[in-house]
Write a protein that binds this ligand. Sequence first.
Ligand code: UD2
Length: 310
Amino acid sequence: MGRIIVTGAAGFIGSHTTDRLLAEGHAVLGVDNFRTGHRRNLAAALKQPLFSLVEADVSAEGVMDAQVKDFKPDGIIHLAALVSVQESIQDPQLNQLYNVTATERVVAAAVAHGVKRIVFASSAAIYGDTRDLPIAEDSAKKPISPYGDAKLASEVLLLRQTGPGLTVRCHRYFNVFGPRQDPASPYSGVISIFDRRYREGKPVTIYGNGGQTRDFISVHDVVRANVIAATAPRIASGAANICTGKATSLLDIVGIYGARYPAVPPPTFAAARPGDIVHSLGRPERAKAELNFIAQVPVQEGLAELIRVG
Ligand code: UD2
């Protein structure tokens, strides 16, 4: 079994990734500054003897170097980030710190101490507003936010370091959803917002006509991709979409919630958000070819789980 450092371990994707690694018998060191992560997400992990947790900032000088030197991981799953696109627009310097400098620290520590593998949380945001659907990995990369710029820059600096000793995998996540996703901001993932509203018995707001579609992928599939990339023998470095290849509209989602919560008033409709894209869909073939990864959780099933466990 391996030894893995998970940065951003207290976050939405990080905590699920940590749980899965522990369940498979790996030793995990979580690093998180708890800026947007929550200790409650690690309630189960903290009971496991193979888990340890360091409260520290990945972007700070010396932090990753010391942790990697001490823990001697086989791999690092780097998920710590400034996760809000909106916040990256409001505070580009903070975005630079958490989404670029932090990656530089991870790479430097990995190279200095001979870590064999890095898995990085990239994003479909690197493609920007492409109309060329479904999106393949070699599509044009024209990010439209500092967040997308930073994810692309991180990919470049990570993939530059690959060699016989270090394998890097960049995962371009599409719209991830599932339990523990934080609905706190109006710009949080739409499913987390809708889930909270239906639970509270309040109508959701649909911006536009609800016909817009996204490639929604369950966090459990994303976690499986992370664990494969961190632990599978003999994989090559590269970047791939982590998506389902299936489009789901907001009306589809509201239909599922409406059936489950019949007493909640129907959605209200408001003007489409400026800059909102109508359709986003990824091509999943490269992850299948390079990682043998195929998303397995249908959206209906993922939503049923979310409605059940919250
Ligand atoms: C993602 C980013 C966003 C921006 C965009 C660029 C997230 C969470 N958001 O947005 O910041 O970079 O990519 O393409 O990663 N919606 C509603 N009602 C709500 C909330 C959302 O109708 O209460 C709509 C929203 O207008 C959009 C769809 O739901 O049409 C999905 O919104 P999202 O923010 O979950 O994800 P996305 O892909 O638009």
